[in-house]
Design a protein around this ligand. Structure first.
Ligand SMILES: NC(=O)c1ccc[n+]([C@@H]2O[C@H](COP(=O)([O-])OP(=O)(O)OC[C@H]3O[C@@H](n4cnc5c(N)ncnc54)[C@H](O)[C@@H]3O)[C@@H](O)[C@H]2O)c1
Ligand SMILES: O=C(O)C[C@H](O)C(=O)O
Length: 318
């Protein structure tokens, strides 16, 4: 049988969607289908054609098309959902919940019909709740419904640690647990630089400042941009997750997963470290947490449950 390229669909051709499409093509992870609403079909086609016309210069062979027709996305291996509105200064991600829940639901109905075997990565905010909405709308098994927050939050955390120590970002390891909100939990005890615990290298007050900056990292960019939210680091995060799945890399990454007993939570979508590979979320790692870390995670979980309740008729879980 002839070997075919993977088809990767990116729904939402705005700032994150378009940037993600280009980065996916640059890594030749597959052919990319960029989808937006019918009213924006021409601009979507235009963005895709512009990207396509960069391929001879960049020396890449991925094809990129723009469309508003889900038939073009048929049998995608991975579908990335970036459709929805983004926040502006003064707003919280949770303010987007009702609008984006409707959008994510309608997108998922189309995906379910055209790519029933896809691995689906959700970016639209508030992303923990949107991953829940997608899970309900798709009816796919839990390993194939994956939310993006922890890769981005961890990238911010590691950037700030590297800046603090003036070392390569490549040598910084750590991760962020919990919901994608201001209560997220950067895990200091599990963070190191070249194997050296950060607590041995950075004074406690500076670590606390880094943790706080990470928690509001999305807001920092929103305030600087003035009319939208971050997209370069979010797109890079989506590409890392897609690559982990398509190449069966079995990366250990923090992603939003359905918890069924892990960390003491049931029927809740929240960020936890997992093995991400050819079968999506292949395993969730349950780490031993201190009393303080457990309390912080509980606060984050309570925030996520509050937002899920808004889109789930007052019920706080899956
Ligand atoms: N989880 C994260 O870490 C993270 C990071 C960045 C952005 N986000 C979220 O991702 C979403 C997109 O952000 P952005 O900066 O790309 O916004 P954007 O406004 O630039 O793009 C969103 C696109 O979605 C499209 N869209 C709306 N409804 C659609 C539908 N039914 N079908 C297809 N496309 C539709 C819009 O037309 C627009 O082009 C926002 O909700 C934002 O908050 C999340
Ligand atoms: O902050 C936002 O609204 C977008 C995204 O969730 C981010 O963290 O950059």
């Amino acid at each position: 049988m002839a070997i075919r390229r993977n088809k990767i669909t990116v729904v939402g051709a705005g700032f994150t969607g378009a940037t993600t499409a280009l980065m996916l093509a640059q890594k030749e992870l597959g052919d990319v289908v960029l989808v937006d609403i019918p009213q924006l079909e021409n601009p979507t086609k235009g963005k895709a054609l512009d990207m396509m016309e960069s391929t001879p210069v960049q020396g890449i062979d991925s094809k990129i098309i723009g469309t508003s027709n889900y038939e073009d996305t048929k049998d995608s291996s991975v579908v990335i959902i970036t459709a929805g509105i983004a926040r502006k200064p003064g707003m919280s991600r949770d303010d987007l919940v009702n609008t984006n829940a409707g959008i994510v639901k309608s997108v998922c109905e189309n995906i379910k019909a055209t790519s029933p075997d896809a691995y689906v990565i959700i970016l639209s905010n508030p992303v923990d709740a949107m991953t829940f909405v997608a899970y309900q709308s798709l009816g796919f098994p839990k390993n194939r419904v994956i939310g993006q927050s922890g890769v981005l939050d961890t990238a911010r955390y590691c950037t700030f640690i590297a800046e603090e120590l003036n070392v390569s970002t490549e040598d910084v390891r750590g991760f962020v647990l919990g919901g994608h909100g201001d209560d997220m939990v950067p895990l200091v005890r599990y963070s190191n630089v070249g194997g050296i615990p950060i607590e041995k290298l950075i004074p406690a007050d500076r670590i606390e400042a880094i943790v706080q900056r990470t928690r509001v990292g999305g807001g920092e960019i929103v305030n600087l941009l003035g009319n939208g939210s971050a997209y370069y680091a979010p797109a890079a995060s989506l590409v890392q997750m897609t690559e982990a799945i398509l190449k069966d890399k079995k990366r250990i990454l923090p992603v939003i997963a359905l918890l069924e007993g892990e960390y003491g939570y049931n029927n809740l979508f929240m960020g936890v470290p997992v093995i991400l590979g050819g079968d999506g979320i292949e395993r969730i790692f349950e780490l031993e947490l201190s009393a303080e870390e457990k309390e912080a995670l509980q606060k984050s979980a309570n925030s996520v449950r509050g937002v899920i309740a808004i889109v789930n008729g007052g019920n706080t879980g899956a």
